[in-house]
Design a protein. Structure first.
Length: 309
C-alpha cells in the first residue's frame, strides 16, 4: 500500500515505518457463538505477520441483545490490543464501521465479519500489498460456499457497478478488505448505515482512480443466523449504486435516460409529422423530458468537475 515510505515485505512479515499502525474493525450484532473465535483468529494472524504492538482490534458492538458484549469484554480483559466500542441500540453494519473509522488509530484499516465466514487467518496478507489504496478479499477462491438466492441479484448489481466505474469488479461487497484510513475517511458522508457500506467504498475508490487490488479468498457458511434480508438489502444496494454513481459520474448515469427520451421524442415527432400531420401532447412531453434530463445531466457533470478541481 502507498505511503511516503513504502512498506517493505520480508517473507511473511511486513516491515513498517515507525509510527505506522494497523486497525482491524469487527462489527458485531448478536454473534455470541462466533465472536470470540473471530477475534482470536484475527489477533493470531496479525501477530504472525505484523510487527509486535503495531495493531489493534476494535470490536464495534451494534446493540447486541445476546451475550456478545460479555464475550468481547472477557477477551479484551486478557488482551489490551482488543477494544470494545458500543452502540446502545442497533444502528446497522455501516454505522458500526463508521464508528470504528472514527476511533481507529491505524493508518491502515481492515474489516471482517464476526460470523466466521471469512478466512481471518489471512488477515496479514491484506496489509502486505504495496502500492494499493485498498485490498479486497474477493470471494472467487476455490472454497466458496455462497447462497444462490443472494448471488443472482448481485451478478446484475456487479455488472451495473462495472458499467458505472468502467472497471472489472470481481466482488463488489466483500466484507474482508483493508484500505488506507485517510482515503476511506474522504467518503465518510457517503457511507450508508446498512450493508451497502462495502459497495459504496468500492465504487467511491474506483471512481476516483484509486488503486484497488482483488485477492481471491474462500468463503464458508456463517455461524448463527444471517442478518441480511435479500429483497430489502438488494433494493438498498441498487439505491446505493445509483446514488454513488450520481455523485461521481452523473452524466454517465443519466445518459441512458437522456438517449431514451430523445429517441421517444424523435419517434413521436416522426409519427405526428408523417401520419397525423399534427403535433400531439406526447411529443411535447417527450421533448420536455429530453431537454430537462439533458440539462440536469450537463449541470450535474459541470458541478462535479468544478468541485474536483
Amino acid at each position: 500500500m502507498r505511503d511516503e515510505a513504502l512498506l517493505e515485505q520480508t517473507g511473511n512479515r511486513v516491515e513498517v515505518p515507525v509510527g505506522t499502525a494497523y486497525s482491524v474493525l469487527i462489527p458485531c450484532y448478536n454473534e455470541q457463538g462466533a465472536i470470540q473465535d473471530t477475534i482470536e483468529a484475527v489477533v493470531t494472524a496479525c501477530e504472525a505477520s505484523l510487527p509486535a504492538d503495531s495493531f489493534e482490534v476494535l470490536v464495534i458492538d451494534d446493540g447486541s441483545t445476546d451475550a456478545s458484549v460479555a464475550v468481547i469484554e472477557t477477551v479484551a480483559e486478557r488482551d489490551s490490543r482488543v477494544r470494545l466500542v458500543r452502540h446502545r441500540k442497533n444502528k446497522g453494519y455501516g454505522a458500526a464501521l463508521k464508528t470504528g473509522l472514527g476511533v481507529a488509530r491505524g493508518s491502515w484499516i481492515a474489516i471482517t465479519d464476526a460470523d466466521g465466514t471469512y478466512p481471518n487467518q489471512r488477515m496479514g496478507e491484506l496489509f502486505s500489498m504495496p502500492d494499493a489504496d485498498m485490498v479486497v478479499g474477493a470471494r472467487i477462491g476455490d472454497d466458496v460456499v455462497y447462497s444462490r438466492l443472494r448471488a443472482i441479484p448481485k451478478i446484475f448489481l456487479r455488472r451495473y457497478a462495472q458499467w458505472i466505474t468502467g472497471t472489472h469488479i470481481p466482488d463488489i461487497n466483500s466484507g474482508f478488505r483493508a484500505f488506507r484510513a485517510d482515503v476511506a475517511r474522504r467518503y465518510l458522508d457517503l457511507y450508508p448505515d446498512g450493508f451497502s457500506f462495502t459497495t459504496t467504498i468500492t465504487i467511491s475508490m474506483l471512481m476516483e482512480g484509486r488503486e484497488v487490488i482483488y485477492e481471491p479468498i474462500s468463503y464458508t457458511p456463517r455461524i448463527g443466523k444471517s442478518k441480511i434480508k435479500p429483497i430489502r438489502d438488494t433494493l438498498r444496494f441498487v439505491s446505493t449504486i445509483a446514488r454513488t454513481g450520481m455523485f461521481f459520474a452523473p452524466l454517465k448515469v443519466l445518459k441512458p435516460f437522456i438517449l431514451f427520451f430523445w429517441a421517444a421524442f424523435a419517434i413521436s415527432a416522426g409519427y405526428d409529422t408523417f401520419v397525423l400531420s399534427d403535433l400531439t401532447d406526447k411529443t411535447t412531453t417527450a421533448l420536455l423530458l429530453a431537454l430537462n434530463t439533458t440539462v440536469l445531466g450537463l449541470l450535474a457533470d459541470l458541478i462535479d468537475r468544478r468541485t474536483r478541481q
